[in-house]
Design a protein around this ligand. Structure first.
Ligand SMILES: Nc1ncnc2c1ncn2[C@@H]1O[C@H](COP(=O)(O)OP(=O)(O)OP(=O)(O)O)[C@@H](O)[C@H]1O
Length: 550
């Protein structure tokens, strides 16, 4: 039975009821209720009231704090999938986190291997699930790098304080709209805040991070290779680049006609001169340059693109349209998020199956029937090139591609390289002058190139290990080139043959003739043979380019 209420004293059961549903207050109230006999007067009520006030006041305090901060500070927000985010993280890692860690002041850091595919990915898994939030170690054993931990950090540059924070999109100011609600597409944001009413100090900070990253890259002799896709796909509405840091591929390791090589280098170097940029601007020409590298697979198209990026000290961005998950919108976003100076490679553009879209719906070919009459005897119908349509697994249309590469909103300053095994299949609109300024054929290995590939793979290592002298190595390289039928094999094939005999120069020379004869007996090289799935010929993508580095 409930006790009778004493006038002037609030009964316990009533107190309990009023705090029900306010979790913390309810717990405290229960605790106090147990120790009440020891507490004088209304102390428990005062304590409870204080706690309730704190809990109720916290959101109001947060709101006022946010408003005040917004009023006296400026802030920039960078999605973590933006290339610049990586540079900011690199700077923070070296200049703030590393110092804090070495001063033993840190209790949290996120540690990743510096050559990790995407430094942001471990962060994502820490943030959204598999391992829980907070500091984590990556399993890789190569060099480790400490990144700013989850949360925020205040640091000073001169007399100015900055607040750096990493947050998920939902906690950002007004950022929710820019992102999909789908958790697969969630992105983290980097925010840098400082006191003041203009963005100049923050711009200077980001620029400094960029310069630092460039310097670091130069020192390390590495090229940042960004490839499109990965977590979240590209149809999330946000162009998504993932980064791999690779050692620079040296130009002298790509065997090709020296005149062509020199001409391309000169052209690309000139393109990036300030005078050239000025010239384009004065003449009203969009500041863009495009090359088409065509030829059989394994002839060095991707290798040369990678070496060119290393030579020009710029990042390489690569897209594989044949992967089937690129939409027009995604491609547009990818091009929009490119930096001013970079090389973009669209690999195997013919494999993407892009043709000119049908001019009107009457051009739509009839649906295929199970047994088309007299099809076996008739020449297969070749639709006029202007009326072809998408045939590959991609979701990009020709107009979408053209719009991305040189539409009004497209970034200027990039060098676009399209590679193709079958340039005849490309629409004229895609390769017209202005979009493609140089077409370069990459062919099979000439005699002199065979000599230099032998020197690179067998000669030089043998000289270094004392197995051969320089003249001996040169002599063997010449002998090897003489044994090999000229222009019959791709550099990739010869590389493959030589790398397994790298410690046996004499055997490499003695057996090359037989090897060549056997290879030539095989069904046509450089095209899809019937024993393979046709897609295996067209889907060379990220790994294909990554294989071009060391
Ligand atoms: N001209 C070359 N000089 C040196 N190495 C080469 C050359 N061509 C190919 N290779 C070697 O062969 C492999 C494949 O080369 P790469 O990917 O550059 O060819 P590709 O023409 O781009 O082929 P795909 O059309 O299939 O993309 C790489 O390991 C590369 O080192």
């Amino acid at each position: 039975m409930e006790p009778l209420d004493t006038p002037g004293i609030v009964p316990q059961h009533l107190k309990r009821r009023v705090v029900q549903g306010i979790p913390l207050v309810e717990i405290f109230q229960r605790l106090l209720y147990r120790v009440r006999p020891g507490l004088p007067g209304h102390l428990d009520d005062i304590i409870l009231g204080g706690i309730a006030l704190l809990i109720a006041g916290a959101p109001i305090y947060q709101f006022i704090k946010r408003q005040l901060l917004q009023w006296v500070t400026s802030e920039i927000t960078i999605p973590e999938n933006e290339p610049i985010a990586r540079e900011v993280l690199q700077w923070m890692s070296a200049n703030v986190v590393a110092k804090v860690i070495s001063n033993s002041g840190a209790t949290q850091a996120m540690v990743v291997s510096s050559n990790d595919l995407n430094a942001m990915d471990p962060y994502m898994s820490a943030m959204y699930g598999r391992r829980g939030m907070g500091a984590m170690a990556h399993e890789k054993t190569d060099e480790l790098q400490a990144l700013p931990p989850v949360g925020s950090k205040v640091f000073w540059i001169g007399m100015r304080p900055f607040l750096f924070s990493r947050a998920s999109f939902s906690s950002g100011r007004g950022t929710r709209l820019a992102y999909s609600e789908d958790s697969e597409h969630q992105r983290n944001l980097l925010k840098v805040t400082t006191l003041g009413w203009n963005l100049a100090p923050l711009h200077a900070f980001v620029k400094n991070c960029h310069e630092y990253a460039v310097e670091l890259k130069l020192k390390a002799g590495s090229t940042n290779v960004y490839f499109a896709g990965g977590r979240g796909g590209m149809d999330s509405g946000y162009g998504n680049w993932n980064c791999v840091v690779k050692s620079v591929r040296k130009l002298d390791t790509v065997d090709m006609d020296e005149h062509i090589k020199a001409d391309l280098l000169k052209d690309a170097e000139e393109y990036y001169l300030p005078e050239t940029k000025e010239f384009y601007a004065n003449c009203g020409i969009p500041y863009r340059r495009g090359y088409l590298f065509h030829g059989p697979p394994g002839t060095g198209k991707s290798s040369f693109s990678a070496a060119l990026a290393g030579h020009l000290n710029c990042d390489l961005y690569m897209i594989n349209l044949a992967s089937g998950n690129v939409t027009d919108g995604g491609l547009h976003q990818l091009f929009l998020s490119l930096p001013k100076k970079c090389i973009v490679v669209i690999e195997d553009i013919d494999a993407a199956g892009i043709g000119r879209e049908l001019e009107n719906k009457d051009d739509v070919p009839p649906p295929p029937t199970a047994n088309p009459p007299a099809q076996q005897d008739a020449e297969p119908h070749q639709p006029p090139r202007h009326r072809t349509r998408r045939t590959g697994p991609n979701m990009v249309t020709l107009s979408g591609l053209l719009n991305a590469i040189d539409g009004n909103a497209s970034q200027e300053g990039r060098l676009l390289i399209m590679t193709s095994n079958n340039p005849d299949a490309l629409d004229e609109a895609l390769v017209r002058p202005g979009r493609v300024d140089k077409k370069i054929h990459f062919g099979n290995l000439s005699g002199s190139a065979a000599r230099s590939i032998f020197m690179r793979l067998i000669g030089r290592p043998a000289i270094a290990s004392g197995l051969l002298t320089m003249p001996e190595a040169a002599q063997k390289a010449t002998a090897f080139a003489l044994e090999l039928p000229p222009n019959a094999f791709t550099p990739a094939e010869i590389q493959n043959y030589l790398q397994f005999l790298r410690n046996e120069p004499d055997r490499a020379i003695a057996e090359v003739k037989d090897w060549a004869a056997k290879q030539q007996e095989k069904p046509s090289k450089g095209t899809c043979s019937s024993e393979y799935d046709s897609t295996s010929c067209v889907t060379s993508s990220v790994p294909s380019l990554l294989g071009c580095f060391y």
